[in-house]
Design a binder for this molecule. Structure first.
Ligand code: FNR
Length: 366
């Protein structure tokens, strides 16, 4: 077992890079355009310092939290990433089962290679949320929402940062497409479930021809009217938008820039987080994804006001290296590193992790 001795998430990324075919690896790894935001998501965490407190009894740590009314033991979940069967044959099933073992939250992408129903059947007792892209054809959209609700998904995660597709140069060069044995399982029989990269990225053509670029806050209201599932808006990056969401009664926001894959040079998620938390106060739950690779990153996000964090690529690297076991190990490493960060900074529960423990490196220069 190659992963048995792995100590950190980076090792999974390195091995995945050796294992995956180039066009799929490029699809998973890339960000849009200059990839500035992609890099910033990680580097922004490293510019923050944790000021630790000593001599507190840290023998017992309590990491549980309540998310949309459900108690979960650890504030680390898995973000939606499309087409997980490119990483390993069991794809989404392996990923959701790994999350099931942590009793945390798994978010299934609209563009999955396993259907809503099959994911639900594989992990019936796990908290699953469904990530939605709004199709121009609203019957397709309605169909996806009602199937997720019927299958027991507990929240609807509307991705708001992808009204058009962020250009990823590598996918354009590779003419990225799905191999013949895979398809977009949720769209089978109701829309095109495959795509080809005849000119540039096939996924880019798919998204730009089928997803609805006209969506506005009215569509958020529309979604609220067609489902009982609570809404999570994924991809909010400003206090202004966060306030609109809170005013509309949206219960949760995920601060995210789509892993640096949409608007290049927009802020890192961790940079955008504080103004959003300040803007909404207790009116919405705020989560974060983007660039989480170490337990200390999770600590910083919680300190700056996130209720929980999600990881996209780290789970994909785990899948690529060793399927379900790989994701389990990635999540275990992140949990243990987070607990170590708590203990070494004198925090025994999440509410001990306070904003004033985080200092930006620039403030030391003065
Ligand atoms: C994504 N992301 C994404 N988001 C979404 O809402 N729907 C989707 O289908 C996808 N697909 C997808 C594929 C791949 C390969 C990646 C890397 C990302 C974005 C994802 O949910 C999340 O926001 C980022 O992955 C978080 O950043 P990290 O953890 O990858 O740094």
């Amino acid at each position: 077992e190659q992963i048995a001795n792995f100590c950190c998430v980076d090792e999974f990324e390195q091995l995945a890079k050796n294992k995956l075919p180039k066009n799929w690896l490029d699809y998973y790894a890339s960000g849009s355009c200059s990839e500035t935001t992609l890099r910033l998501n990680k580097s922004a965490f490293l510019k923050l310092r944790i000021k630790p407190r000593m001599l507190r009894d840290v023998s017992k740590l309590e990491c549980s939290t309540r998310i949309l009314g459900n108690k979960i033991p650890i504030p680390i979940g898995v973000s939606p990433t499309a087409m997980q069967k490119l990483a390993c044959p069991e794809g989404e099933i392996a990923n959701v089962k790994a999350v099931a073992s942590t009793k945390s939250i798994y978010i299934l992408s609209t563009l999955s290679t396993t259907s809503i129903e099959d994911v639900a059947a594989a992990a019936p007792d796990t908290i699953k949320w469904f990530q939605l892209y709004i199709y121009k054809d609203r019957e397709i959209t309605r169909n996806l929402v009602s199937r997720a609700e019927r299958a027991g998904f507990q929240a609807l995660v509307l991705t708001v940062d992808a009204s058009v597709f962020g250009k990823r140069y590598a996918d354009c060069r590779n003419k990225f497409s799905l191999p013949p044995h895979l398809e977009l399982a949720n769209l089978k029989g109701i829309s095109s479930s495959t795509f080809e990269g005849s000119e540039g990225s096939g996924l880019q053509s798919y998204v730009n021809s089928l997803f609805d670029p006209t969506i506005t806050w009215d569509d958020v209201k529309w979604l609220k009217s067609i489902t009982k599932m609570p809404l999570v808006l994924k991809g909010i990056l400003t206090a202004e938008d966060a306030k609109i969401a809170a005013d509309m009664g949206v219960p949760a926001i995920m601060v995210s820039n789509h892993g640096g894959r949409q608007l290049d040079t927009c802020p890192a998620s961790i940079e955008a987080l504080p103004e959003i938390v300040k803007a909404v106060g207790d009116r919405c739950e705020v989560y974060l994804d983007g660039g989480i690779r170490y337990g200390t990153d999770i600590f910083k996000a919680i300190a700056l006001g996130a209720k929980m964090v999600f990881v996209g690529r780290p789970a994909v690297w785990g899948l690529s290296c060793a399927g379900e076991e790989g994701v389990k190990k990635v999540l275990k490493i992140l949990r243990e590193e987070f607990q170590e960060a708590m203990a070494l900074s004198g925090c025994v529960e999440l509410s001990d992790i306070k904003k004033d423990m985080i200092v930006h490196e620039d403030s030391y220069a003065k």
